[in-house]
Design a protein. Structure first.
Length: 469
């Protein structure tokens, strides 16, 4: 077999392959055997039909077609390996010549990973937010905890802001009550904004037994996005009572004996959260700086696939769970369709460039992933997916996704290497030593790599093209 490579652009090549006919022998034998099992010819036992009879009855062309389809993946893979190409996606294969008993010639156009030169990144400098926890932050945190331990008691008066009302709801669209538009015994805190727009104004001033009707756009259900006439009846009004902020509350709401200990713990937790946010911010800004330093051509076909994947995931998964469609989502976001298309394309380009650069860094720095790192990453991904670690691990193994998780961890480690070599200062001008927060840096870096698309090398059967016509 002979093959040659023509570079069409930095991310695409054309392979020209010439195969001597004798190298098709195994595939021809397999084709005759397969056809033997599929057809019957009077006078011959099934599977025992001579090749010359198959040629006469069904045509030599059918045999050649079956043989070529069987052989193409092997010859394509040999050509790719021989040229040491890092291919992406499936090739476009064209049979240019097929002469029975003489030769098989074909071409295969395929995207490849571009050659990337990683420059010296040790001079990268970024600025991040300073870790500052104010007394107001602490009081807000304690107040949120206090809200969780609030008690309610029924009152015989009109409902007001902050009260908890028990209500019955009935929604009509075009005068018809919706099948999923009736709810009874719903508990709602006035002012929380957790139900329909306009409900606060509707129920304020009503006592138990009071009823009113208002118009609101439905957020979910069978008539999501439509204007509905909503009847609300208040069956109970209860006032919320917050516990006193004292040592007794600290003992009730935490493992601490005093309110001061609770506040001190709140400060520590908020500092840890801000440090994690700071590490994430550093990693994001270092990545942006790194991408500015590297010239990364993006395969157009891969880019279009990534854009379509992002749109599909948004429309059919994220928005579907919220009962929204794309036009309604854009309306809520205050974006035009053109702005959405531009942002999606920019995000896809960045995701592809990020993976190419970080994968090259993995090779350059000779980074490996051990079992402990993979297990930790799997646990975190399981938690974010809402599945148990065992369920998530089983899904990953059954779906053949283990190499993808290994890639995410490796790219996270590569980004962490760059972050550690960068100079990071906060808004106060202080140099931040992220080595002290190594776990947070590694975790946030691994999380960033998850947004990159998967561009694994194409499987060997990617060249399995039909030769009809």
């Amino acid at each position: 077999m002979k093959s040659a490579v023509e570079t069409l652009n930095p991310t695409r090549v054309r392979l020209t392959v010439e195969v001597p006919f004798e190298e098709l022998k195994d595939s021809l034998d397999a084709a005759y055997k397969k056809i033997n099992q599929q057809v019957t010819v009077k006078g011959f036992r099934k599977g025992k039909i001579p090749a010359r009879v198959i040629d006469q009855r069904f045509g030599r062309g059918a045999v050649l077609e079956e043989a070529v389809n069987d052989a193409l993946p092997k010859f394509y893979t040999e050509a790719v390996n021989g040229a040491e190409l890092n291919v992406l996606g499936q090739p476009e294969v064209d049979i240019t010549e097929l002469k029975d008993g003489e030769t098989l010639n074909f071409t295969a156009e395929v995207d490849i990973r571009p050659a990337i030169e990683i420059p010296d990144y040790s001079g990268i400098e970024v600025e991040v937010d300073a870790v500052e926890v104010s007394d107001e932050d602490i009081e807000k945190s304690v107040e949120q905890l206090r809200e969780r331990f609030a008690s309610t008691s029924p009152v015989e008066r009109a409902a007001a802001d902050g009260d908890v009302v028990t209500i019955d709801l009935e929604a009509k669209v075009d005068g018809e009550v919706l099948e999923d538009g009736i709810a009874s015994g719903v508990s709602y805190t006035i002012g929380s904004g957790e139900l329909l727009e306009g409900i606060d104004e509707a129920v304020k001033g009503l006592e138990a037994g009071g009823e009113t009707t208002f118009t609101s756009e439905l957020k979910g259900g069978s008539a999501a996005g439509k204007e509905a006439e909503v009847t609300v009846k208040v069956t109970q009004v209860a006032s919320r009572e917050l516990p006193e902020l004292d040592d007794e509350f600290a003992q009730l709401a935490s493992e601490f004996d005093t309110l001061e200990e609770l506040r001190a713990d709140s400060r520590k937790r908020l500092e840890n959260m801000k440090q994690y946010d700071q590490a994430t911010q550093a990693q994001e800004r270092v990545l942006d700086k790194l991408l500015e330093l590297v010239e990364v051509p993006v395969p157009e076909k891969l880019l279009e696939e990534e854009i379509n994947t992002r749109k599909h995931n948004l429309e059919h998964h994220q928005l579907g769970q919220m009962g929204l469609d794309l036009p309604k989502y854009l309306e809520i976001q205050g974006k035009t369709e053109e702005e959405f298309e531009t942002e999606t394309r920019e995000a896809a380009v960045k995701g592809i460039k990020t993976q190419f650069v970080l994968d090259e860094l993995v090779n350059k720095e000779k980074l490996n992933v051990n079992q402990e790192e993979l297990t930790e990453h799997l646990m975190r991904r399981a938690a974010s997916s809402g599945m148990s670690p065992d369920q998530f691990a089983q899904a990953v193994v059954e779906g053949g996704q283990v190499p993808l998780l290994v890639g995410e961890v490796a790219r996270g480690k590569a980004l962490a290497v760059v972050v550690e070599s960068a100079t990071v200062k906060d808004t106060n001008g202080e140099v931040i030593d992220l080595d002290d927060d190594e776990d947070e840096t590694d975790e946030s870096a691994a999380a960033a790599s998850e947004d990159a698309p998967v561009t694994e090398d194409a499987p060997a059967d990617a060249a399995e093209e039909k030769t009809e016509g």
